[in-house]
Design a protein. Sequence first.
Length: 434
Amino acid sequence: MKKVNMLTLVFSGILLLACKLSNDVNPGTNGKKPLLAGYSNQVVLDWNQMAYEAMGGPAYQHSLLASRINAMVHLAMHDALNSIAPAYQTYAFYRQDAEAEPIAAAASAAHAVLAASFPDKKARLDSALTQSLAKLPTGDRYNRGIALGKEAAAAILAQRQNDGALQDPIALIEPTVQPGEYQVVTPFAFIFAPFWKQMQPFGLKSPDQFRVAPQPALISQEYARDFEEVKTVGVKDSKTRTADQTAYGKFWYEFSEAGWNRVARAALAGRKLDLLATARLFALVNIAMADAYTAGWESKFHYNFWRPLTAIQKADTDGNETTTADANWEPLMPTPPVQDYPSTHSALGNAAATVLVNILGDKTGFSMSSPTADPVTPTRSFKSFSQAAQENADSRVRVGIHFRFSCKAGLDMGGKIGQWTIDNYLKPKATALR
């Protein structure tokens, strides 16, 4: 927990500174009834929300670790349920028990992962588990469900036990005057979690599998164009940023893994996706986002590119005659203490969106709120996941913390990771439907 608390302290500074579904048939089932179609998916939604609350709720700060924990929670829930009614490929847990109670299995799996990750929240998590189990009849099926859930959780926890995620995230770097190279951004005097560039992926073959192409050269017209854009629209007191751009810049400022889990919950509101299909959806979304962080970090540290804050204040060193320095320039929102290229915020958003498009279809409307939104306009509505992913990426330019080319590279990376995840993990079993 010491490392988790360190992550909280670090990133609290950033935010404080600143195809239609039918009623009983799921996509990809060819009209056949899923094995767990009679069970509500509410337990999955409840524990997705519980994970968010365990990580701080509106004061959520955990970032990289949170993406890892979310993936473990939802993989444990998926594998537990899939062991009762094996409709999809499993991930880490292979024992089957068709007589186990599904709700008990799912809730116990999520609880076990969160309790292991946040022992200081055990009382709150125990209370949530009691609520999940309260209406279930006790007996053999109940007990077998609880045991199965715990075993599924143990399997994914064991798989990630030595992945190196709990290292000290605070790293000092040598000062540099080399144009284009990352330099620390105020108010931070460090760079965040360099070890994450080699984190064990959940689904990718390696962290560099989808490494982005190099950023534009400092002397290029593309660099100058994107430099001028973020300098003009991203500055704290911008005269060209519209009220709506300011609103969605702040709306999407929260950490992507928190926001896009909320997108998934909002998109499922009013839809009767069955229990196991819902567990699979959240597992795939969170695998993709966790891997987008890892892949994004790998590319960030490979290219080591400076942030707009540094680039604009020190533009007189970049060798580009069309860029002009402003030593007093400040972005609308605080800049995270890690390199610019690519935008992992954009990558996570499109990774999640790509998974959701594959499962629910793009033309899925939803509305949701954000804890970082302007209080006057806390809710936004979207007609599609792709629209939300594009706005999510664009927001980073509007608040002054990313170049446009970094957001484009992040979107491309995220799309590839999301599709890879869908194509290679938790795939439907043709014989699992009746």
